[in-house]
Every structure is written in structure tokens, then in C-alpha cells.
Design a binder for this molecule. Structure first.
Ligand code: FAD
Ligand code: NAP
Length: 338
């Protein structure tokens, strides 16, 4: 295995930030991963587990070892006439797994089409889009504790999944590395086209029967048209989570801003679109130095080129300050900041 020193991470984070790692390694299987974790040279230095780098903001050079997970493999491990269990390596590109399942008409992750990044990172924030979340289909996952190198399997209910959240973003942040996941998918899926934009596009197709393939195609097209491609302009998707507020707070906002975009949750609270809030604070498409918010979605912070992580973080803080002032709401970052 090749371990590089003083390597630029610009190609390894979708913000395109130029920072250096003291050491960097790419691991293709569990043996190589265990070798790095147990080596005396690296045992006691900081470790950053990296997938596709599409949900991180690097604000400093990394004085430790970056371990890029490239463990591959997709296979069916069990199936009957209704259900199929699929195992995938943590280094598989998430959308490659979606494509594999869509082509076989296995339903459950089609709404998560075209989300960047790797399979191993998907449970970290319980990726979600257009009404589907990873937690709806994740059966179990495997990995190692970084310090003890003990292998452990987590069942779905042990992952403490929440909205863009899991045990791996909290108690186990930086302590556990995921090496594979198992999904439980449906061969006769109930399709979810509840999001307005998805339903509109599906309706336009005027089909007798909708399959996972159409849902995946429609969602991929919506995403291509709306979201900035990191290959063209640096970004890490939504920078903040959508805040959830009590009904009373929602009604106050609605009274002042009848156009508020909000959705009632099962617990009676309201999820307000953070993009709408940021837009109301005057940030939509605004550029500050080399950074700014995306012209079509203010929730996405962008690097116009040459920005550093501190500049993006400072913009995020400024946005949050204005949101607090106008709405008395504190936004929480979704992106992992290092
Ligand atoms: P990285 O950025 O490499 O890592 C993210 C975090 O996970 C880091 O803390 C890292 O240490 C940790 N990590 C990575 N791999 C492992 C592992 N194997 N074991 C343990 N820890 C690990 N997210 C959504 O939820 N929904 C969306 O619709 C969505 N759309 C996006 C659109 C764009 C244009 C972009 C740029 C991002 C979007 N994201 C979205 C965010 C991002 O794609 C996801 O969070 C994705 O799962 C990150 O994967 P990654 O491999 O790039 O993770
Ligand atoms: P959008 O369709 O403009 O919707 C704005 C917000 O309203 C979304 O964040 C979504 O919440 C919520 N929403 C819309 N329709 C809803 C419905 N029928 N029921 C409940 N909530 C609804 O959002 P967008 O920016 O174009 O993104 C589309 C989808 O892709 C969203 O699900 C979004 O989360 C996901 N996405 C995520 C990232 C990321 O980095 N995390 C980046 C791009 C897109 P939810 O976010 O809870 O779905």
C-alpha cells in the first residue's frame, strides 16, 4: 500500500479547497485498513476517514493521516420473491449502487439518485432526498473501531438514525470506520413521489405504470438542472440542516411571511426550508470575495475558486448571525467541519 506525505487534498474535497495532509493512504480492503490502523507509525496520530469528500469543509492543513476508503464490491446476499438483501463495500460510489438497484428494479433508494459520495459515508448523516432516507432501507452495517480495531456490526436500530444524523455523527464521530453496508430492498416497491417537483415531472410523462427507473431518471434530471455540479463550481451540497420549529413559532413566521416554505412533521413541529430562510435574509446568489450562496439554492455555499475553508466558514457564520437576528432561529451545519 502506498502512503503519501504532504499531499494536496484539493482533488479529494468537492469544495475544491487547497489544504495539505501530512500523510494520506488509500485502502482497498479490510486488511489494508487494519494494517494502517494498527501500524506503530500511525497508531497515535489523528485520522480522517475520507469517502468522496462531498460533505466536508477543510479549514486547515490536516496534521495526521487521511485514509481514503476505496473498498469495493456489490453483491446480493439473500433474496426471496419480494425482498432482496444487497451488500456493498464502503468505497463504492453511492450512485453506482443506486444504478445497480434501479437496473434490477429493486426499490427503496431510487429517490436518493445522484447524491454524491460513497456508500460508507451514507449512514453518517443518514442521507436523504425527495422523501426517502437511507434509514428506510439500511439493514445493517459493518466496520472497525479506529482505536481498538475491533470489528462490529450495527443493526439499523442501533445506528440512532435521525434527520441527517446518526450515532456516527455524534458519540462515534471519528471513532468508527464503516467498511460495508447491507440494504433490504423491495422487488415490488411502493414508489414515493410525494415531493411536488417529482410528482409534476412524473405526471408530465403520462405513463400507465411508473417504475423505479422513471423515478430515478426524473430525480436525476431535477438535480442536474437545479444543483451546482462540484466539477464546475466547488460546493458540498446543503451547508445547513432545515430547522424544525414548534407550531407556535411557525405560525408567527407565517403571519409575517405568508410565503414561508414549511412542512408539518409527525410530531406536530414544522420543518422550515433553510434555503427559504437564507433567501429572506437577502443572501440568495450573493457573492462575498471568493465565496457565496448558489443562485438557484441559497442553502448551498460555493467556492468560486481560490476560497479557503476559513472564508467559507466565516460566510456561514455571517449567514447564521443574520438568520438569528431576523428569525431568532439558529441553523445547524450539516457539513462536517475540520
Ligand atoms: P465525505 O465527505 O468523504 O465524508 C463525510 C463524513 O463522513 C466525514 O466526517 C468523514 O470522516 C465520514 N466518513 C466518510 N466515509 C466514512 C466511512 N467509511 N466510515 C466512517 N466515516 C466516514 N446529502 C444528502 O443527504 N442528500 C442529498 O440530496 C445531498 N445532495 C448533495 C448534492 C451535492 C451537489 C453535494 C456536493 C453534496 C450533497 N449531499 C447530500 C452531501 C453528501 O453528498 C453526502 O453527505 C454524502 O453521503 C457524503 O459522502 P462522501 O463519501 O463524500 O463523504
Ligand atoms: P426543494 O425541493 O426546493 O425543497 C425545499 C425543502 O423543502 C427541502 O429541503 C425539503 O426538505 C422540503 N420539502 C420539499 N417538498 C417536501 C415535501 N413534499 N414534504 C416534506 N418536505 C418537503 O429542495 P432542493 O434543495 O431542491 O432539494 C431537493 C431534495 O434533495 C431535498 O430532499 C433535499 O434534502 C435534497 N438535497 C440535499 C442536499 C444536501 O446536501 N443535504 C443537497 C441537495 C439536495 P428535506 O431536505 O427534508 O427533504
Amino acid at each position: 500500500m502506498i502512503i503519501k506525505e504532504n499531499i494536496s487534498l484539493k482533488e479529494f474535497n468537492t469544495f475544491g479547497l487547497e489544504v495539505k495532509a501530512k500523510y494520506a493512504a488509500q485502502v482497498f480492503n479490510n486488511r489494508e485498513l487494519k494494517e494502517i490502523l494498527s501500524s506503530t507509525k500511525f497508531k497515535n496520530i489523528p485520522k480522517l476517514i475520507l469517502g468522496g469528500g462531498s460533505n466536508i469543509l477543510l479549514t486547515n492543513d490536516y496534521d495526521g493521516i487521511v485514509i481514503k476508503i476505496s473498498i469495493g464490491g456489490i453483491k446480493i446476499i439473500k433474496e426471496d420473491k419480494d425482498i432482496v438483501f444487497i451488500e456493498a463495500g464502503a468505497g463504492v460510489t453511492w450512485n453506482a449502487l443506486v444504478t445497480y438497484c434501479v437496473e434490477k428494479n429493486f426499490g427503496g433508494i431510487e429517490n436518493l439518485s445522484l447524491i454524491p459520495g460513497t456508500v460508507g459515508a451514507a449512514p453518517i448523516q443518514n442521507i436523504g432526498a425527495y422523501g426517502q432516507e437511507l434509514k428506510d432501507t439500511l439493514f445493517s452495517l459493518k466496520g472497525f473501531y479506529i482505536d481498538s480495531i475491533i470489528e462490529e456490526t450495527f443493526q439499523n436500530n442501533e445506528c440512532k438514525f435521525g434527520y441527517r444524523d446518526s450515532i456516527f455523527k455524534n458519540e462515534l464521530k471519528g471513532k468508527f470506520v464503516i467498511t460495508s453496508i447491507v440494504l433490504k430492498l423491495n422487488k415490488n416497491p411502493n414508489l414515493n413521489i410525494s415531493y411536488g417537483s417529482v410528482k409534476n415531472e412524473i405526471d408530465k410523462l403520462n405513463l400507465k405504470k411508473i417504475t423505479v427507473r422513471e423515478v430515478s431518471n426524473v430525480i436525476s434530471e431535477i438535480r442536474r438542472n437545479k444543483l451546482p455540479d462540484p466539477a464546475v463550481i466547488g460546493n458540498a451540497g446543503s451547508f445547513f440542516k432545515n430547522p424544525e420549529v414548534l407550531e407556535q413559532k411557525f405560525l408567527e413566521i407565517k403571519n409575517n411571511y405568508p410565503d414561508v416554505i414549511a412542512y408539518k412533521q409527525e410530531n406536530g413541529n414544522y420543518k422550515i426550508a433553510a434555503g427559504w430562510i437564507i433567501e429572506k435574509c437577502g443572501w440568495k446568489g450573493k457573492r462575498v470575495g471568493n465565496t457565496g450562496t448558489h443562485e438557484k439554492q441559497s442553502l448551498v455555499l460555493v467556492n468560486y475558486g481560490g476560497a479557503d475553508g476559513k472564508e467559507i466558514l466565516s460566510l456561514a457564520k455571517e449567514i447564521n448571525r443574520s438568520v438569528k437576528e431576523k428569525f431568532d432561529i439558529e441553523l445547524t451545519e450539516e457539513v462536517n467541519i475540520y
